[in-house]
Design a protein around this ligand. Sequence first.
Ligand code: ATP
Length: 219
Amino acid sequence: MLTPPIGLLGGTFDPIHLGHIKPALAARDALGLGELRLLPNRVPPHRASPHCSAEQRLAMVHLAANEFGLCVDERELRRDRPSWTIDTLEELRHELPETPLCFLMGMDSLLSLPSWHRWDELLTLAHLVVSVRPGWDAAEATTPVQALLAHHGTLRVDDLHQRRAGHIWLAHNEPLALSSTEIRARLAAGNDPRDLLPESVADYIRNNGLYVGKSGPVL
Ligand code: ATP
């Protein structure tokens, strides 16, 4: 007998915003997920520069998690090598042998999946739960992604409870046209995008003067 599936949302979260959290909460409710975990990525030092530190990203992820009753899994941030999703899923599969794993992502991530490390093995370890994201459409998927959807797509929630891995479920969440890039740009321009963020994260950004007056690129 398997335990209820858990949801995993990986991201750079620079910063975490409602476009991450609302689709994840909708998936939790629609699928009856037993837990929702945020997995902040490690960003290589040479790519991190214009934005905030790993500690600050992590602090914001914890604030958002507290506000919305989510869990935080710090393993990728603690690694001193690239944070490949496949490595994380292998660890989790070992730790939670009787739990279906649902790896959550936006449609943009599904469309870019063939660029991920060992992408064709991901579905041996987890299900993929794909949120609507304005600007990206499954109809534009390349042939390998279309083949993946044809072989693994399901409309049945039960499939995600009855198997540990191997299905793709396309969500019907409210589309939210927002990104960390846009939030950073708004902050750098002196605007306060607090309507796009968890309240505690908006306060943290303001109190620490994050993303404001950066001389480097914000995109
Ligand atoms: P950036 O603008 O810096 O690239 P981002 O807003 O896309 O960041 P990430 O941390 O890269 O955020 O995204 C983590 C995950 O959340 C990805 O799977 C992404 O598809 C998903 N995601 C981000 N924003 C949305 C959104 N508005 N709607 C649905 N999914 C989203």
